[in-house]
Write a protein that binds this ligand. Structure first.
Ligand SMILES: [Zn+2]
Length: 281
């Protein structure tokens, strides 16, 4: 079965064709069905049930898309909360609203950090309903960035390699991960990161699933691989530790058993999805 990580899903109809027609977006904003995303403390506001909250449109700067006949907008945000405040909210965010949460958060943050043209330094303006910015000075058009990150399991003889980053809570182990560099395939990035961080060579790298991660604009590319050996050489500047775990140990962690040798990644992280998939396979 194809795994479905948190934040995955179609979200809204992005209505791409309308983005090229500013008058159509202006009409959408006047619709009695139009709604504007409510923000609180630099993040999309959530109801007690974890749903996004909406209000009458007052500042339709960003056209998020269509929910049936209801056009959805967001105002620009000047202050976006940093990761830790947002992570705390994820536990209550509804899975159905998660894709739109991710899109709105990444898009609003991109605008708040990219007001000026990277080509000439002039001030740029949002166009295409907020899905790009155009420079008034040199006409360059800039698009919201997406940063691909590979996150991968390596298996050797029925055991799984997991590691700890320095900022993890005590006992947490998770899949190793790293940014894809320019000029690199996903497969090459997986092999390079595992070699750099854990000193192992891998083969049979396979794509499993992906997940938008809006802190600020990553696309997590979940992969599996087969390690050619189990001798680890850990880069302690990157990792606190890395270890091989048996199937029973991973099962104990995911079941939250008291005797589990590690704490698994949280349910909204694609690393958790990868572990669950590996165990079920
Ligand atoms: Zn410019």
């Amino acid at each position: 079965m194809r795994p479905e990580p948190f934040f995955a899903g179609p979200g809204l109809d992005r209505a791409d064709a309308a983005r090229a027609e500013p008058e159509r977006i202006a009409q959408f904003a006047l619709s009695p069905l139009a709604r504007e995303l409510l923000w609180r403390d630099g993040l999309p506001a959530l109801s007690a049930e974890g749903a996004l909250q909406w209000r009458e449109v007052s500042d339709p700067a960003l056209f998020l898309g269509l929910d049936g006949d209801s056009p959805r907008f967001s105002a620009f945000q000047h202050e976006i909360a940093a990761g830790p405040a947002a992570f705390a909210m994820l536990a209550s965010l509804s899975a159905a609203d998660a894709p739109l949460y991710a899109a709105a958060l990444s898009l609003a943050r991109w605008h708040s950090h990219h007001r000026f043209c990277a080509n000439c330094g002039g001030e740029s303006q949002a166009v295409r309903g907020g899905w790009s910015r155009r420079c008034a000075g040199c006409s360059a058009e800039h698009y919201p960035r997406v940063d691909p990150v590979v996150i991968m399991l390596a298996e050797h003889d029925g055991r799984l390699l997991l590691g700890r980053q320095h900022h993890y809570p005590p006992k947490r182990y998770s899949a190793l991960a790293g940014f894809v560099e320019v000029g690199e395939t996903i497969e090459d990035a997986v092999a390079r990161e595992l070699k750099e961080e854990a000193g192992i060579d891998v083969a049979d790298v396979s794509y499993l699933a992906s997940q938008p991660w809006p802190f600020p604009s990553s696309l997590m590319v979940g992969c599996t691989s087969r390690a050619l050996g189990d001798q680890l050489t850990i880069d302690f500047s990157e990792l606190d530790d890395a270890r091989w775990f048996t199937r029973d140990e991973v099962a104990a962690a995911l079941e939250g058993r008291e005797d589990a040798p590690f704490l698994p990644p949280p349910p909204h992280a694609i690393a958790r999805t990868l572990l669950e998939h590996w165990l079920a396979a």
